[in-house]
Write a protein that binds this ligand. Sequence first.
Ligand code: MN
Length: 232
Amino acid sequence: MDTVFPAAPQATVAVQGEEARFPVRRIFCVGRNYAAHAREMGKDPDREPPFFFTKPADAVCDTNTEIPYPPETENFHHEIELVVAIGAEGRNLSQAEARSVVYGYCTGIDLTRRDLQQQAKDMGRPWDWGKAFDLSAPCAPIVKKDQAGDVDRARIWLSVNGETRQDASVEELIWDIDEVISIVSKTMALKPGDLIMTGTPAGVGALKPGDVVKGGIDGLPDIEITIGERAA
Ligand code: MN
C-alpha cells in the first residue's frame, strides 16, 4: 500500500523466549479494580460494572527504558498492573470462554499524570491527558499463558529506589481476568494484539527524576524503569 509518508513503525512488546515480538493493536485499561486502591482514590469499592479507558498502542516501551519526566505535570504516578495480552479474536465471550483468546501475560506500569487526571475528573472531562501520553505503558516481556504460572493468585509489587510502595495479590482484583475479558468482548470485538491493563493495587505514589522503579508479578519477568529529567 502506498502511503503519503512512511507509516509509523508497529508498536510491539517483547515475548519471553521468542525473537518475534507481540504487535500491539490497542491498550484497554480497567479503572479502580482493587478495593484498597479505590479507597485511596477517595471512592467506595463496589461491584458496579467496571469502567475503562485506553492508551494509544505506541505508549508501550520496554523494560530498562529511561522515561523522561513528562510535561504538564507535578504529580507523576506509578501504577503496577498485570497486563493480559490477547492473541485471538473474541466477541461476546462468556467468562468460561475468556481465556481462549489470551496469548499471555506481562508486568506493566500504567504511568499517570495524576494532577491532570484529577482535573479531568473534577470537570467531567476525559482522562486521556492524564493517562494516554508518550511512554505511559512500559511493559516487561510477555510470557505465553501456558508458561506463566498462576497469575490469578500471584503477588504483585512495585518499589521505588528499593522502598516497597505497592504489594498485593492479583487475587484481590474486584473484577477478575475472566470477567474483564468477557465484559470488554461484549462492548467491542477483541482482536489479536490488544492489551488489557487490569488495574493497580493500593500504594500508588509520585515519581521524580532519578527514581529507579522496579516491579514484578510472580511467574512473570520483572520490570525496571528509570525516570529521566523533565523533557525540555
Ligand atoms: Mn491503572
